[in-house]
Design a protein around this ligand. Structure first.
Ligand SMILES: Nc1ncnc2c1ncn2[C@@H]1O[C@H](COP(=O)(O)OP(=O)(O)O)[C@@H](O)[C@H]1O
Ligand SMILES: Cc1cn([C@H]2C[C@H](O)[C@@H](COP(=O)(O)OP(=O)(O)O)O2)c(=O)[nH]c1=O
Length: 259
């Protein structure tokens, strides 16, 4: 295992915004939980109180004058926190940790995108990770047109999403370079039209480190059914969150009308 005495498995998902990382993490988490594994689902930056606070700062489009060095250090600060507070303890317990982005995003976005020196990025990543490293990384690739139509359906672009086409082209090249440099760890998966097809490719990519994934591909598990159920669960969660937000806003509107 990549982190010495760990019993767990650490899987990271990388790729551009809207590539389908969080969707595929949902599917894999469900499959592993159905097979009795403890799964810890995380996103970077975030996943801890400190990390979520830092996420709000670094992604806020109102912060138009943030320096590239400040941006890098915020991502690394969030990473150091999530490694110490959540990832290392979870791996020591034997859990599967599924993380939406990790240090490869810093290489691609702050290194290739912003142009910060690669050796410094590498040292900063090592300092923040303190010996914790993914067992396998799934790099999801989606065509520009597919991502644009997916992102159009999303509300409110964040500060990084607003960074421009040339920046995002450099980020995509950065991910390609990472995949070329580390083919053992980084498995490239095309994000297909049908989510279940992408999921099968993800299972294949992680099957060396997660025996449950290899079993599911071999034993005729109904993967289309799992994807359909999980998409319905996601829709239900979104509707519940929207209802809760409307309910929270309603008394405030009442106050405003009274005042
Ligand atoms: N294979 C796919 N085909 C079509 N839409 C997809 C596919 N995978 C994900 N999506 C949709 O695209 C959007 C972005 O996916 P998401 O998983 O949030 O991406 P990411 O986490 O990489 O930003 C979501 O609305 C999701 O439902
Ligand atoms: C972890 C990490 C993320 N990022 C960027 C990539 C994303 O644009 C943003 C995280 O936003 P997020 O919404 O989690 O990504 P996505 O849109 O793919 O779901 O932060 C970096 O620039 N460097 C990093 O080290």
């Amino acid at each position: 295992m990549s982190t010495g005495s760990n019993k767990g498995t650490f899987v990271t998902f990388e790729g551009g915004d809207g590539a389908g990382k969080s969707t595929q993490i949902r599917f894999l988490a469900r499959l592993l939980e159905e097979r009795g594994r403890e799964v810890v689902r995380l996103r970077e930056p975030g996943g801890t109180a400190v990390g979520e606070a830092l996420r709000a700062v670094v992604l806020d489009p109102a912060h138009k004058v943030m320096s590239d060095r400040a941006e890098l250090l915020i991502y690394e600060a969030a990473r150091a926190q999530i490694v110490d507070e959540v990832i290392r303890p979870a791996l020591q317990r034997g859990a599967v940790v599924l993380c939406d982005r990790f240090y490869d995003s810093t290489v691609a976005y702050q290194g290739c995108g912003r142009g910060i020196d690669a050796a410094f990025i590498d040292a900063a990543n090592r300092f923040a990770c303190d010996g914790v490293a993914p067992d396998v990384t799934v790099l999801l690739l989606a065509s520009g047109a597919a991502v644009r139509s997916r992102m159009d359906r999303r509300a409110g672009a964040d500060r990084l999403e607003l960074a421009g086409d040339a920046f995002h082209r450099r980020v995509a090249e950065g991910f390609d370079q990472i995949a070329l440099a580390e083919p053992e760890r980084v498995k490239t998966v095309e994000s297909r039209v049908h989510r279940a097809d992408t999921f099968r490719a993800v299972l294949k990519a992680v099957s060396d480190v997660l025996p449950e994934a290899a079993e599911a591909l071999a034993d005729g598990t109904d993967l289309d059914g799992l994807v359909t159920d999980e998409m319905a669960a996601k829709r239900a969660e979104r509707l519940a969150a929207e209802r809760a937000a409307r309910k929270a806003a309603a008394p405030a509107q009442g106050e405003a009308q009274r005042g």
